[in-house]
Design a protein around this ligand. Structure first.
Ligand code: COA
Length: 167
């Protein structure tokens, strides 16, 4: 299981539902997501099921982010590529009480490394809604740059990304 300095990255499971639903119940969290899930418990259930199912289909997915010092669920992040996504994606989402600690950047760096070293990707991308300043800041801190804008699931979005370092 991947680890960072402060986080354990483990597969999401059904047991994460209560924490996951609490995370998405905050409109600031659900509102940042280009997947445009809502914030109700039913929306959270579908979102969690999608990330768990994605691992079944693709063999990889976002991980649950577990704070080593407390064992608490702080969010999710990782690689993914649902049907119709413009490349191998890396994404991040934190419960509101855990913003401002550097956890998204820490997990996103691990996700990018995983894509290049384990999944053998030559490029990773992230879809970010215009105005999501905190997400753009994460993207820039991990070495992404703005690639282009495109329409994703009916919305204009920014595509950020980076190439694998030369071997
Ligand atoms: C996008 C999102 C994950 C960014 O969260 P974040 O907390 O701003 O990002 P990080 O976890 O990387 O934390 C960075 C901040 O922690 C601070 N920080 C504090 N301690 C730190 C430490 N030990 N190491 C690194 N940074 C630290 C940094 O200075 C930075 O602060 P700043 O934003 O005031 O400059 C969060 O806003 C979120 O979950 N939004 C809703 C979902 C979403 O939009 N997801 C993205 C879809 S594209």
């Amino acid at each position: 299981m991947p680890e960072t300095e402060r986080l354990i990255l483990r597969p999401l499971t059904g047991d994460d539902f209560a924490d996951y639903a609490a995370m998405l119940a905050d409109p600031e969290v659900a509102g940042g997501l280009a997947e445009s899930v809502g914030g109700s418990p039913a929306d959270a259930w579908r979102s969690l099921a999608m990330f768990i199912g994605h691992r079944q289909i693709r063999g990889f997915s976002h991980w649950a982010l577990i704070e080593k010092s407390t064992g608490r669920f702080v969010g999710r992040a990782g690689p993914w590529q649902p049907h119709g996504f413009p490349g191998l994606g890396v994404g991040w989402c934190l419960a509101r009480p855990h913003w401002g600690k550097g956890y998204a950047t820490e997990a996103a760096r691990a996700a990018v490394r995983h894509c290049f070293t384990v999944l053998g990707a030559s490029e990773v991308v992230s879809v970010i809604l215009p105005g999501n300043r905190r997400s753009v800041a994460v993207a820039e801190r991990i070495g992404h740059r703005h690639l282009r804008d495109l329409t994703y699931r009916g919305r204009r979005v920014h595509l950020y990304g980076q190439q694998a370092p030369p071997a």
